[in-house]
Design a protein around this ligand. Sequence first.
Ligand SMILES: [Zn+2]
Length: 232
Amino acid sequence: MTVDKVPGKNSVIFVCLNNYAGVLLKTPTKTLLIDPVDVKPKSFPQLDAVLITHEHYDHLDQRLIAELQKNTDCKVIADQTSAKKLSLLLPPDKLFETRVGDETDLGEVKIKTENCKHQASTPVTYIITSEDGMKIWHTADSLPFPEMAQIGKTEELDVVFCTVGIAPGTSPETGSQIAWLTKPKVAVPYHSNSVEPQKKFAQILKAELPKTTCVIPEINKVYQVSKGEKKT
Ligand SMILES: [Zn+2]
């Protein structure tokens, strides 16, 4: 699966790649891959950056990342623990260790490293701001935490990915709390072995957050989100 489509102005494209937090994100000029596992390197002939949130097996595949980096010469941005592991395999000038509070520029695209409430060594989440100012928060496996409300208010998020299962303590309820705290235009329930928790998430959202659009992602399907509207 290769995604040739490029989003127009004021739009982004995303594709969920697996049952975890693997996401391909395209802005008008950049292609980012977050937590890739269970994917074929040749599906991604062109990448600007790979982002890693934490060291768990369903988020960090060191050999895959090394191959992707070699093929595309992309940057790799990773939390401290993952970066340490990756340092044995990647060219040092392409690997960027990140901590909460960091901001990384990728041309006109900005990547902000935020907190992650998850049982891993040094987990992080990423808020990506496109060149047109569209904001996407990939919350990795995070449980909701109170500061999410302030972040949601400050950032005015367009898309938020919300974990609804698999990770300890997570459920459709915790996922929908993330949506409720951050109040995005589009909420995407992910990190699930089946569609049931995602449907439950959608039900809760419909009742509690009617202005937010819920997109239950199909694996490998291309979704485009534009400022003020949603298309597929
Ligand atoms: Zn996970």
